[in-house]
Design a protein around this ligand. Structure first.
Ligand code: PLP
Length: 355
């Protein structure tokens, strides 16, 4: 095996909801709602042909996306989830001796896929406010840097960087370094100062935007994400794609989701309203919660993190703990959020305040 694989941390999937007691899975930032009827029917109809390979170029999906996003089809590339596309970007740009810059803590796949490529991770700590330190990230770029991830909003803290700061940062990045704006949670953003990466990519050939159908669109299990990028980035993504990686069921369900967008985005609005309710309730309990623009909230619990996750699980909700740092909690249906709020209040009273 290549030595680059030694010591790669395993990707930790969100813990499943436990069986028996009331149980909600708030550990993977999934959409809690089942597929919309039209989307499900489309997927089921397509399933009848899964003896055939899918359309390798995802042409119908790309055409639909190109129209909606007002980008050329040639600037679009799909993959097996946006994490699949991110891995292709690394395959295309970085190898041994190269550096990949990203904030930390951020999406836990970044160190894994960077290490697989053979490149070296350069992690730039988040600010005290749990957000990207874009000045420090620009300072961290060297002649070895090939790619920079900016996760906006950031997983797991939910914070998002505003347009002015991001543009200032992009102006500092050398044109030969690819900046990947990972916008997996874009549809949950409500702060108008947070830019749409697709506006930024248009006149910046070194900017690539990642989007996914896994979160707002509720297709996490079907594995389809995409990039919006200029040539030669989009062309490189077509070269590095796993042939037939995106199933026909995923392609057709993604198209059906786009066509059911109004109903889907109504659900997103409900989740955003729940996010605001959860944040306010946590603040009222005394927690300091960074303002989230995503479908999750971040509790910096430090050494109490693992115990908090255990208390949640005992009460019937699974969250995503990062030992010694904090817990990321997905905002889901009201009953799940209520249960989480109850555990958080009790934990705070019994463990953090009472000591
Ligand atoms: C920031 C970020 N990017 C990308 C992904 C990957 O999503 P998918 O591969 O399902 O599109 C996730 C999933 O949790 C994420 O949090």
């Amino acid at each position: 095996m290549r030595p680059a694989l030694d010591g790669i941390p395993a990707y930790v999937p969100g813990r499943a909801a436990s069986e028996g007691t009331v149980s909600f899975k708030l550990s993977s930032n999934e959409n809690p709602y089942p597929p919309l009827p039209g989307v499900l029917e489309t997927a089921v109809a397509t399933a009848g042909s899964f003896n055939r390979y899918p359309d390798m170029t995802c042409s119908a999906l790309l055409t639909e996306l190109a129209e909606r996003l007002r980008v050329p089809v040639a600037h679009l590339a799909t993959g097996t989830g946006s994490v699949g596309v991110a891995q292709q970007l690394l395959q295309a740009t970085a190898g041994p001796g190269d550096e990949v810059v990203y904030a930390w803590r951020s999406f836990e796949a970044y160190p894994i896929i960077t290490q697989i490529s053979g490149a070296t991770s350069v992690r730039v700590p988040l600010t005290a406010g749990e957000t990207h330190d874009l000045d420090a990230m620009a300072d961290a770029i060297t002649e070895r840097t090939r790619l920079v991830f900016v996760c906006n909003p950031n997983n797991p803290t939910g914070t998002a960087v505003p347009r002015a700061a991001l543009e200032r940062f992009l102006d500092r990045v050398p044109s030969g370094v690819l900046v990947v704006l990972d916008e997996a949670y874009r549809e949950f953003v409500r702060d108008p100062s947070v830019p749409d990466g697709i506006d930024l990519y248009r006149d910046r050939p070194n900017v690539c935007v990642l989007r996914t159908f896994s979160k707002a669109y509720g297709l996490a299990g079907l594995r389809v994400g995409f990039a919006v990028a200029h040539e030669p980035v989009a062309a490189a993504l077509r070269k590095t794609a796993v042939p037939f990686g995106v199933s026909q069921i995923a392609q057709d369900a993604a198209i059906a989701s786009l066509r059911s967008e109004a109903a889907l985005l109504e659900r997103v609005d409900t989740l955003v309203a729940e996010r605001e309710r959860v944040e306010s309730a946590l603040a009222a309990q005394g927690w300091t919660v960074p303002a989230s623009q995503a479908n999750f909230v971040w509790l910096r619990l430090g050494e109490a993190t693992v115990d908090f996750a255990a208390a949640c699980e005992a009460a019937g909700v699974t969250v995503r703990p990062f030992a010694g740092e904090g817990a990321r909690v997905t905002v889901a249906e009201p009953a799940a959020n209520d249960l989480l709020l109850r555990v958080a209040a009790e934990f705070r009273r019994d463990r953090l305040v009472a000591g």
